[in-house]
Design a protein around this ligand. Structure first.
Ligand code: SF4
Length: 473
C-alpha cells in the first residue's frame, strides 16, 4: 500500500502499542543542550537509572552561551552553573559534548546536521521546540519536554500518538528577494498558527525541491509555529549530496546501503494524505511579521491588516497585537523604524544566510546608522570559521554590523544579548512572542536575513529588492 514518509518512518520505529493507544517509539538520535537537560539527569540519578544508548545522544551548549566574551567562568553565575552541569552530566553518562572551542559547538539544530548526525528515516528528539528543523532530511523530528528528555535518556524511546499528515505543496520559481523564510512565513499566514495541530507537515512541490538543505531547514524549523508537531521534506539527491562526507555519515558499502534505504522511505506517489494544500511561489513576497505570533505577517509592500480580515475567534488576538506592537491597521509595514537587527538563530544562522546578508550589505554600500545596533551571530563554530574564510565578517564589520561568537543569542535572550525597553528588533529568528527577545515589552519583527540586512542599513523595514536591483537581479 502507498504510504507517506511519516507513516513509513513511524512504523519502522514502533517498539510496541501501549494500552493507552499510543505507541512506544524508538528514538534514533537524541540531542540535548544545557537548558532542558539538567533536571532530566537529576531524575535519572534519583531513580538510579543509567543511559543505555549514550552514543545516540549528543550534547551542545547554545542558549546561555555569551556571544561576546566567552571566557570562563561566565559572568552570569546561572549560565556558568548550567555549563558545569552539562559538562558533569555528559562526562558521568558517557555522552559526547560539543563545547565552545571544540570547533563543533553551536545551536543544536545547526550542529547535528553539520556533523551528518541527522539522517533520512530517523526519529529525532530534542528538548527544544524547533527540533522540527531536522525534518528537512526526511526525518521525523520533534521537540520534547524535560520529563521526556529523561525518558529518552533512560529508555531511548518515547510514547507517542500517530499524527495526521498534511502535504503542503509549493510550485514555481521564487521571485528575486524572496527566500525560504518568506515561504514559511507565507505558509503560516495562510494556515494560521494553530492550523497544524495534530498534523505532521510534509513540504513538497518544485519550489521546495529546488531548495538547498540550508533553505529546507529554514522551512522545517518553523513547522512548529504553525502548530504542527513536526515538518519534513522527502529526501532526494540534494539531501544525499549534503550528507556525503560528513563526519558522522556512513561510508563505503554502508553509504550505498543507507542511500537505498533513504530512497525507499520517501512518500510514495500514490500516498493518501489527510489534507493537501497548494500554493504558487509567484504569490510570495518578501514577508515581515507585524504582530505577536509568527502567522501575523504581511508582504513588505502591504499594510497592517484590519481585524475584520481575520476570523471572529482571532480578532481579540489581533487587537492585542495592535496594542502591544503599537501598530495600526492600514499602516504600511515598510518604513517601520527598527532599533536592533539580529541575524542568526537555528532558523537563519547558516552560511547561506550570512552570505546573502553580506551580499545585501555590499550592494547597499552604506553603513548601519548610529542609532541602530545590528549584529550577526553565526549558528555554529563551523559556520563562523567558514564565513571568516570567505571574508564575510569583514563585509559585516565594514558596513557597521557586529560580528559575534556562535550561539542562540537574541533569539531567546537567555544570555547577555537582550532588547531593552520598547525597542523594536528586526530578527531572523522564529518567534515574535511578547517579551521573546529579553525585554518584557520589547517588540520583534521576523523576516529573512536579506530583509534584516536591508532593515539594518536603512534603519527601517525596507524592500530588499530595491537593493538587489542594483545588481540587475
Ligand atoms: S536559536 Fe532560538 S529557537 Fe533555535 S534552539 Fe536557540 S533559542 Fe531555540
Amino acid at each position: 500500500m502507498s504510504q507517506t514518509l511519516y507513516d513509513k518512518v513511524f512504523d519502522a520505529h514502533v517498539v510496541r502499542r501501549l494500552s493507552s493507544g499510543q505507541y512506544q517509539l524508538f528514538i534514533g538520535l537524541h540531542m540535548i543542550h544545557e537548558v532542558t537537560s539538567p533536571q532530566a539527569f537529576e531524575m535519572l540519578r534519583d531513580r538510579n537509572l543509567s543511559v543505555p544508548f549514550p552514543e545516540r545522544t549528543v550534547a551542545t551548549v547554545d542558549h546561555i552561551v555569551p556571544t561576546e566574551d566567552q571566557s570562563r567562568p561566565y559572568k552570569d553565575d546561572l549560565a556558568e552553573q548550567m555549563m558545569k552541569a552539562v559538562e558533569t552530566n555528559c562526562q558521568q553518562f558517557g555522552i559526547r559534548l560539543y563545547q565552545p572551542g571544540s570547533g563543533k559547538q553551536g545551536v543544536v539544530h545547526i550542529v547535528a546536521p553539520e556533523q551528518g548526525l541527522t539522517q533520512p528515516g530517523m526519529t529525532v528528539a530534542c528538548g527544544d521546540s524547533h527540533t522540527a528543523t531536522h525534518g528537512a532530511f526526511g526525518a521525523i523530528s520533534f521537540g520534547i519536554g524535560t520529563s521526556q528528555v529523561r525518558d529518552v535518556l533512560a529508555t531511548q524511546t518515547l510514547s507517542m500518538g500517530r499524527l495526521k499528515v498534511r502535504r503542503i505543496e509549493i510550485n514555481g520559481k521564487l521571485k528575486s528577494g524572496v527566500y525560504a523564510k518568506d515561504v514559511i512565513l507565507y505558509i503560516l499566514r495562510k494556515l494560521t498558527a494553530k492550523g497544524g495541530v495534530g498534523y505532521a507537515y510534509e513540504f513538497a512541490g518544485s519550489t521546495i525541491e529546488a531548495m538547498s538543505m540550508d533553505e529546507r531547514m529554514t522551512v522545517c524549523n518553523m513547522a512548529i509555529e504553525g502548530g504542527a508537531r513536526c515538518g519534513y521534506i522527502n529526501p532526494d539527491e540534494t539531501t544525499f549530496a549534503y550528507l556525503k562526507g560528513r563526519p558522522e555519515a556512513p561510508t563505503g558499502a554502508a553509504w550505498d546501503k543507507a542511500v537505498e534505504w533513504w530512497k525507499s522511505i520517501a512518500s510514495d506517489a500514490g500516498a493518501v494524505y489527510d489534507s493537501v494544500v497548494k500554493y504558487d511561489a509567484a504569490d510570495i513576497e518578501p514577508t515581515v511579521t507585524w504582530g505577536i505570533s509568527p502567522d501575523q505577517s504581511v508582504g513588505v509592500n502591504e499594510s497592517i491588516p484590519s481585524a475584520d480580515t481575520y476570523a471572529p475567534s482571532e480578532r481579540p488576538n489581533i487587537e492585542e497585537a495592535y496594542e502591544y506592537m503599537d501598530l495600526k491597521p492600514g499602516q504600511p509595514i515598510a518604513g517601520t523604524k527598527v532599533d536592533v537587527v539580529f541575524i542568526g538563530s537555528c532558523t537563519n544562522g547558516r552560511i547561506s544566510d550570512l552570505r546573502e546578508a553580506a551580499r545585501v550589505a555590499s550592494l547597499h554600500g552604506g553603513k548601519v546608522p548610529s542609532n541602530v545596533k545590528a549584529f550577526v551571530v553565526p549558528g555554529s563554530e563551523i559556520v563562523k570559521k567558514l564565513a571568516e574564510s570567505e571574508g564575510l565578517h569583514e563585509v559585516f564589520l565594514k558596513h557597521g554590523f557586529e560580528w559575534r561568537e556562535a550561539g542562540c543569542s537574541m533569539c531567546l535572550a537567555m544570555n547577555p544579548d537582550k532588547l531593552v525597553g520598547r525597542q523594536i528588533s528586526a530578527s531572523t529568528s522564529n518567534r515574535n512572542f511578547k517579551g521573546r527577545q529579553g525585554s518584557p515589552s520589547g517588540r520583534t519583527l521576523l523576516l529573512s536575513p536579506a530583509m534584516a540586512a536591508a532593515a539594518a542599513l536603512e534603519g527601517k523595514i525596507s524592500d530588499v529588492r530595491q537593493i538587489l536591483s542594483k545588481e540587475g537581479k
